[in-house]
Design a protein. Structure first.
Length: 73
């Protein structure tokens, strides 16, 4: 079975700006809700890239984890 079809899989909406910076806009949504939100942002006419991706439940909720490892300590 496809990972996105599993019951309980949540999705997030991401944005990439003109400089290549990526931002999390929303998380914890079902796929239909995430796609609707991404479409709403795209309809506003901003020159940004929006997309939906499944969330990996194994990824830490710690915002610092998104920045990568801190290196040897």
């Amino acid at each position: 079975m496809d990972g996105e079809q599993r019951t309980g899989t949540t999705h997030r909406v991401m944005r990439q700006d003109d400089n290549g910076n990526r931002f999390l806009l929303a998380r914890g949504l079902d796929r239909a809700g995430a796609e609707a939100l991404a479409a709403e942002f795209e309809a506003r006419g901003h020159k940004q890239l929006y997309w939906v991706e499944p969330e990996d439940p194994r990824v830490s909720e710690d915002p610092q984890a998104a920045e990568g490892p801190a290196g040897p300590g």
